[in-house]
Design a protein around this ligand. Structure first.
Ligand SMILES: C[S@@+](CC[C@H](N)C(=O)[O-])C[C@H]1O[C@@H](n2cnc3c(N)ncnc32)[C@H](O)[C@@H]1O
Length: 427
């Protein structure tokens, strides 16, 4: 309970759930993870349908059977791990999730955080050691870390290794993804977890889905704690930590660097240390926010930090033994000491009233108006597909309805249908 406002915060699956809107966050993650199990199920169904059609090469049959079985088994494993979220209460259909734009928590790609689980706990020590060594080299030694906050701790391995290798009194591993947190909880307790890895570029048929045994070298020593929270709305009082670690975090959080630095500053006690590790890949940020190391270094005094020291190194990254895909990352690590307050105070993200209170009217903003128009056009075009109309027929209707000038209609209908076809093929 919050003593000041009496708001309650649950403990879910033994992990304090410290989001400002705990129920909203629970509904969001339940929906996302429910969508993930639905997605795995519909993929398995599609594979089984291909198998039933017959006329497949023996290897292809073996692969589809293997991956379909793995998907079905993974669903059970996820359900079990995520029991505290109440996945059985997620009853929204997969198509509705697609319509609502729900994002899968394990989307394939280079920024897939699910794979971090396997990198952290099942591929061997190479990458984990490389990360810890970088921090050890940067700092000279791992003494005097005190109370440590690891922001965006993911599957938790760096937090675990730092806690084990240092004399940290308390290490708080914070993330907002309950799948990673629940797995980390088991691993920190010395209980192995079995989950499938689905590599990006599998080496063999069996490598398309690999059942991995995730395990920590030993149970974590006391003082390593997990917290589910949003780093943009952190649940800690100011100056609670002696050390804040941001591993592979500052460039993915989606906030201007000045605000990220200010939040780190506020979390630290005077004289506390900010340790950063990872990349500076701000490619999706606004142009002025795509900082290079020189700009980061120059900004530090304004953020209230002194003694900035940095290192660069090439380390192996996301090298699954089952995948032909692997990276080498040129990482940047830095350490800096808090010497004063930040020039800019990070703003709390304030959501509008109509999003906070279910009975407030939702305003029709220009952006919503635009979305509504484009969705209407989209729905209108989809409704024209009745199994009888040709592209020309559809174009004629659009012209009659004054939705498009005659000279463009046919080309636009074709473009729309081509995109639709492409999307359905890729699904
Ligand atoms: C690139 S991953 C790095 C994970 C981990 N530090 C590592 O090195 O493997 C970024 C992590 O930040 C988490 N994250 C992203 N935005 C967050 C937010 N607003 N609050 C809390 N965690 C967040 C993600 O769930 C993910 O685990």
């Amino acid at each position: 309970m919050c003593g000041a406002c009496s708001s309650g915060y649950p403990v879910i699956g033994e992990i304090p759930w410290l989001f400002p809107e705990p129920r909203q966050a629970l509904a969001e993650w339940r929906g996302r993870l429910g969508f993930l199990t639905q997605h795995l199920a519909s993929e398995a169904t599609a594979m089984r349908a291909s198998l039933a059609e017959g006329a497949l090469e023996a290897g292809t049959r073996r692969r589809l059977e293997h991956v379909a079985r793995a998907n079905e088994d993974q669903i059970e494993r996820l359900r079990q791990l995520l029991t505290p979220l109440g996945l059985d209460q997620a009853s929204i259909a997969e198509t509705t999730h697609q319509g609502l734009g729900t994002r899968l928590p394990t989307e394939q790609g280079l920024t897939n955080y699910y794979v971090n689980l396997h990198r952290d706990w099942s591929w061997g020590e190479e990458e984990n050691q490389a990360a810890l060594n970088e921090l050890r080299t940067l700092l000279g030694n791992l003494d005097g870390l005190g109370n440590v906050l690891v922001q965006g701790a993911g599957a938790g391995r760096l937090a675990y290794d730092l806690h084990a290798a240092s004399d940290a009194t308390l290490t708080v591993a914070m993330d907002f993804n309950p799948l990673l947190l629940f797995a980390a909880r088991e691993l920190f307790a010395g209980r192995p977890v079995e989950l499938y890895e689905f590599p990006i570029a599998p080496r063999s048929i069996e490598d398309h889905a690999v059942l991995r045994r995730l395990a920590a070298p030993a149970p974590a020593r006391p003082g390593l704690e997990l917290v589910a929270a949003d780093a943009l709305q952190p649940p800690f009082v100011d100056a609670a930590f002696d050390t804040v670690v941001t591993p592979w975090f500052v460039d993915i959080i989606g906030e201007p660097f000045a605000r990220v630095a200010a939040r780190v500053n506020l979390a630290l006690k005077p004289g506390g240390r900010w340790i950063n590790f990872g990349s500076l890949a701000f490619s999706r940020a606004a142009h002025a926010e795509r900082l290079s190391l020189e700009e980061v270094s120059a900004y530090m005094p304004k953020a209230g930090f002194a003694g900035f020291e940095s290192r660069e190194a090439s380390i192996p990254y996301m090298r699954s033994p089952a995948s032909r895909h692997a990276r080498v990352e040129s990482t940047i690590s830095w350490v800096a000491n808090k010497v004063g307050p930040p020039a800019e105070t990070p703003r709390v993200r304030v959501l509008p009233d109509w999003l906070m209170q279910p009975d407030k009217p939702v305003p029709r903003t220009p952006a919503f108006e635009m979305q509504a128009i484009s969705s209407r056009v989209h729905a209108f075009l989809l409704a024209l597909i009745n199994g009888e109309r040709s592209m020309r027929d559809m174009a004629r209707v659009l012209v009659e309805q004054r939705l498009m000038p005659a000279q463009e209609a046919e080309a636009q209908v074709r473009l729309f249908l081509a995109r639709l076809h492409e999307a359905s093929e890729s699904q």
